[in-house]
Design a protein around this ligand. Structure first.
Ligand code: AMP
Ligand code: MG
Length: 329
């Protein structure tokens, strides 16, 4: 039998980087002013926290793995524009706080280290520094999401969920998974680590599903409700921003996560799924698109060959696909 690689050093570097980014994001959440939030071309928001966390994590990765490519959601083009110097100064201030002698140009270059186009036959990191920026701005759920992809396959995923509820603990944890080695949760309060598993078996009150936050305009909530109804699921879903939804399935608090794009032409970005997918799979669950097709991470920045998302505890997958076909196709 071929032994799977452990990625011990990659995992530790990724966890340390995500931990530091989570502390930074926690300190900054709730302090943002109107100037600190800007709309990107696709009209999704980006904040000084997104830029700061991308700089921080890329600095960690560049130091530990100088040869590795990184695909980050953000770039520094906006910050390099002289008319945005006030917002740039705020990002620089956050990083200088942690690295007092760092040069401004090194911070911008660190953000721009995230320019890998991805694709097959290579090794690269994929980073969403603040996943669920809308939730972050709303003082709600968000995640710091980092994964390592080799030859089109996700081999390592780390997902920091600073506000996620944890039974018996104060909120916040870092989920991580290495291909073939299971998934774990590191509690932010005790720093104890435990294995996580999806929930199987009878769910007498109906299976709990999760989906994007009620304010999301890109997810078809009524269709998800019909699918849930077909499955006799619990009528009240968990609605939350970011890949925290994958974490909720991985730790067994829900057994289904549905993402139904309103637009037929939207293709999911790989940074919105890479860490979540490996964490759920290593926790015993299953991830596919709404046609049952596995995700293909070898096609650059998007999952161009996939549509929507279905995550389950595995035993419900076929039944959920049947419900999806019944309602959608
Ligand atoms: P969520 O937090 O689950 O609502 O997902 C937020 C993510 O959805 C963002 O990071 C975007 O990358 C992604 N997104 C943006 N526009 C769309 C769209 N039109 N359809 C589906 N997802 C989108
Ligand atoms: Mg983001």
């Amino acid at each position: 039998m071929r032994m799977t690689q452990c990625y011990t050093r990659e995992r530790q570097v990724a966890i340390d980087a995500v931990l530091q980014a989570c502390s930074l994001a926690r300190r900054m959440q709730g302090t943002l002013e109107a100037l600190d939030i800007v709309n990107k071309e696709d009209l999704s928001p980006v904040t000084i926290t997104d830029f700061s966390c991308q700089a921080l994590i890329n600095m960690h990765l560049a130091k530990a793995f100088p040869e590795d490519e990184i695909m980050g959601e953000e770039d520094a083009l906006f910050l390099r524009d002289p008319s945005n110097k006030l917002i740039k100064a705020k990002v620089v201030e956050q990083i200088e706080h942690l690295f007092p002698h760092i040069q401004e140009s090194s911070i911008l270059d660190a953000i721009d280290r995230g320019g890998s186009p991805g694709g097959p036959n290579r090794r690269f990191w994929v980073l969403d520094p603040i996943d669920g920026t809308k939730g972050f701005i709303r003082n709600d759920q968000y995640a710091v999401a980092l994964a390592l992809i080799e030859d089109g396959k996700v081999v390592l995923g780390v997902l920091g969920c600073p506000r996620l509820e944890m039974k018996g603990h104060t909120p916040g944890g870092i989920f991580s998974a290495v291909k073939g080695h299971g998934a774990t949760l590191l509690y932010l309060d005790s720093k104890k680590e435990t294995a996580v598993h999806v929930r199987h078996g009878k769910m007498p009150d109906g299976v709990i599903y999760c989906e994007p936050h009620k304010s999301s305009s890109s997810h078809n909530h009524p269709a998800a409700f019909k699918i849930a109804n077909f499955l006799k699921a619990h009528p009240e879903p968990f609605q939350l921003d970011s890949q925290c939804k994958y974490a909720v399935v991985a730790k067994g608090d829900a057994a289904i996560y549905l993402r139904i794009p309103i637009s037929n032409s939207y293709r999911e970005k790989i940074w919105d799924h890479a860490p979540g997918k490996i964490i759920v799979e290593e926790a015993g669950g299953q991830v596919s698109d709404l046609h049952g097709k596995p995700f293909d991470f070898s096609r650059g920045k998007t999952l161009s060959d996939n549509f929507g998302l279905l995550v389950t505890n595995k035993e419900l997958h076929e039944k959920a696909l049947e419900a999806v076909r019944h309602v959608l196709f």
